[in-house]
Design a protein around this ligand. Structure first.
Ligand code: 5GP
Length: 114
């Protein structure tokens, strides 16, 4: 698997504004925020995308999703809601081949997305 920008953030080769760091996941602010709060969550065990979720054990995948939920809930202090997005593949506009959940909040989000 090619080294991505998120591998470099995980290895602290490049800086990021970290919001959560534990043995399973790393969460940091997106450099090009699409909402007042835009955080990315990656599992420390790398898979390339949502398509590859089956490469994680049920325990690993479960922990990842639960931690995305936990981090989103903690960011959503005003309880006004948020959106979780996994872009996957070319048509999904995935640009970094390291699975990441986008957590977007802090404004009224539109539906359908573009
Ligand atoms: P994707 O398009 O793959 O779903 O999302 C990749 C995200 O990574 C984009 O929202 C982009 O702004 C973000 N990103 C790209 N490079 C960097 C970086 O160096 N640092 C941070 N914090 N985010 C990045």
């Amino acid at each position: 698997m090619d080294e991505t920008i998120f591998d470099k953030i995980l290895q602290q080769k490049i800086p990021a504004h970290i919001v959560h760091d534990d043995e399973d996941v790393l969460a940091f602010h997106d450099i090009n925020a699409q909402a007042p709060t835009h955080v990315l969550v990656i599992p420390k065990k790398k898979i390339t995308g949502f398509d590859d979720l089956e490469k994680l054990s049920n325990e690993e995948a479960g922990k990842y999703i639960k931690k995305v939920s936990h981090i989103a809930k903690n960011l959503d202090k005003g309880n006004k809601g948020y959106r979780i997005v996994f872009n996957n593949g070319e048509d999904g506009q995935q640009t970094v081949n390291y699975i990441h959940a986008h957590i977007l909040l802090g404004r009224q989000l539109k539906w359908p997305p573009g």
